[in-house]
Design a binder for this molecule. Structure first.
Ligand code: ADP
Ligand code: LRH
Length: 492
């Protein structure tokens, strides 16, 4: 063993984990989960909030457990979901709880803001797709007095770094999801900030992944219960880390699908594409680590099945839901996952049935039929968005890497490979934690660059390959034709 310990704190919308990574003597990377905890938003007084104190306490608990496992010194990186922010007052206090992006307060906000500043102009500056909950729109509807009182506005991982180290940063991969960064000046856009009544000084300087941020805040370090930590700015947007963690070997043009609460499908590029076609297809250009761009699309993703799972009291595991889906008729009824109505319906099962009724399709009755409807519809989305990608980039995709928790869904991997007619390479499940570790390994000099990281991840964890098999049966062909029709008209 080379004896350098690295810890990734990766918090998605549904769960968080603290994992320990080490390069072994044979050059392979090992991953050990030290601590896992649930995450989710909760309703209070009609609004949806994340619990920052809980997340902070779970990180500290993870670090404490690292110490009990004999880790005395380590580097630490943090990544979380994007767009949500914390207002921090003059004494470091939090102003207001942290709104969750599914909160309904942004309904209608974009239309109003676009009346003052058209979306085309915002997209030309930022290259960021329209999502009703982009930070831009969330800040637009936020209480003006609270905004004024904020000395700093920090995205969630930046805030967690601040709590742990006392240092304020604005890490770029995540900052780009605010829709406030200008692609051309490479900084926050003054015009958009003034539209919101904000000052540039309320956002810390932009920080690239890999920058050393110092140790634990003195009081915490003095407790002696935690390892001696050196914090490193990770690619702090979980999707940015997930893309770094894709085990892409070889030269064939590949696309990724980061499959968790959201399905993020896209390609890694050197330069953004923010012209009229990308605008029309509503593709995004999020800033990546090491000068890359994540040209991608958000698809509603596993959120659909997470809600159904919850609505059934968690009685069936995700694996069991996949088995139930595999045992019913395929492509019987389908939905358009990106329809706004699925963002946070009071009942997902009910909303799916309503959609099917409204579109004249057989109602999915059983749990297996509901799950099948979700997986078939996601696979159809993946098909359409990969076709869009090929058009927008002018490049044929030869292989799709599916990473994240959703890469365990064998049925979905298989249907996706069959529809697209290309190989799906599934895994690893923990690509986000691996991408987080990748930045630490590169900045500590243990691995040269991102190409080598991907080789190491491929060698250490492997992938499950799904070669396309089935031919297009009638049901599938009819579903594909119907879905493509919706896609051409809705295109969200
Ligand atoms: P996030 O980071 O957004 O919280 P994850 O990457 O942890 O999400 O993925 C969680 C999702 O992965 C679950 O909602 C579930 O749909 C899927 N998943 C996890 N394990 C399995 C499994 N064994 N079979 C099928 N799906 C799975
Ligand atoms: C995935 C993710 C995604 C964002 C959404 C808010 O976890 O970060 O990239 O668009 O959450």
């Amino acid at each position: 063993k080379r004896d350098q310990h690295h810890i990734a704190v990766d918090i998605g919308a549904s769960s968080g984990r603290v994992v320990w990574g080490e390069i072994q003597q044979d050059g392979n990377l090992t991953l050990t989960e030290i601590h896992r905890f649930k995450n989710g938003f909760a309703e209070k007084g009609g609004h949806l909030y994340w619990d920052m104190d809980y997340l902070y306490a779970e990180i500290v608990e993870g670090l404490r457990q690292a110490k009990t496992r004999g880790i005395d010194r380590c580097t630490v990186g943090i990544d979380t979901w994007a767009v949500d922010y914390v207002l921090v007052g003059r004494n470091g206090e939090r102003i207001h709880e942290v709104y969750a992006y599914r909160d309904s307060r942004t309904e209608g906000a974009a239309e109003e803001l676009h009346g003052k500043f058209p979306f085309e102009a915002i997209y030309a500056k930022t290259g960021i797709q329209y999502l009703s909950f982009n930070t831009l729109y969330q800040l637009y509807v936020h209480d003006k007095q609270e905004l004024q009182a904020a000395e700093s506005i920090l995205l969630v991982p930046d805030y967690l770094y601040f709590r742990l180290t006392g240092r304020k940063i604005s890490e770029v991969t995540n900052a780009s999801t605010t829709a406030l960064l200008n692609l051309h000046t490479r900084d926050y856009d003054e015009e958009l900030l003034s539209l919101l009544g904000l000052a540039r000084t309320q956002f810390p300087p932009l920080t690239e992944p890999g920058e050393a941020l110092g140790g634990l805040d003195a009081a915490m370090a003095a407790s002696g219960e935690l390892p001696e930590c050196q914090f490193i700015a990770a690619a702090s947007h979980d999707t940015a880390s997930a893309v770094l963690g894709v085990p892409a070997a070889g030269h064939e043009p590949w696309a990724y699908l980061s499959s968790g609460t959201w399905s993020l499908i896209g390609v890694e590029r050197k330069a953004p594409i923010a012209g009229p076609d990308a605008l029309k297809s509503n593709y995004t250009n999020e800033w990546g680590a090491y000068g890359t761009t994540r040209f991608l699309k958000n698809i509603m993703g596993m959120w659909l099945i997470q809600k159904v799972h919850e609505e059934n009291g968690g009685r069936y595991s995700y694996g069991e839901l996949v088995e139930l889906a595999a045992s019913v008729q395929p492509f019987r009824s389908i939905i358009y996952p990106n329809a706004e109505r699925f963002l946070n319906p009071s009942s997902m099962t009910g909303e799916i049935r309503r959609y099917c009724a409204e579109t004249g399709q057989p109602l999915p009755h059983t749990l297996g039929e509901i799950a099948r409807c979700i997986f078939d519809s996601l696979a159809l989305s993946y098909y359409c968005y990969v076709k869009d990608l090929e058009q927008l980039t002018g490049e044929r995709i030869g292989r799709l890497h599916i990473v994240g928790g959703g890469s365990n869904n064998m049925l979905l991997c298989r249907i996706t490979a069959d529809l697209l007619g290309i190989a799906v390479h599934a895994g690893p499940t923990e690509s986000t934690a691996l991408g987080n570790l990748a930045v630490q390994l590169i900045s500590s000099g243990e691995i040269r660059d991102i190409h080598e990281v991907r080789d190491v991840i491929h060698r250490s964890f492997g992938v499950t390959v799904y070669e396309p098999q089935a031919t297009l049966e009638d049901m599938k062909a009819a579903a594909l034709a119907k879905f493509s029709g919706w896609h051409l008209t809705i295109r969200s």
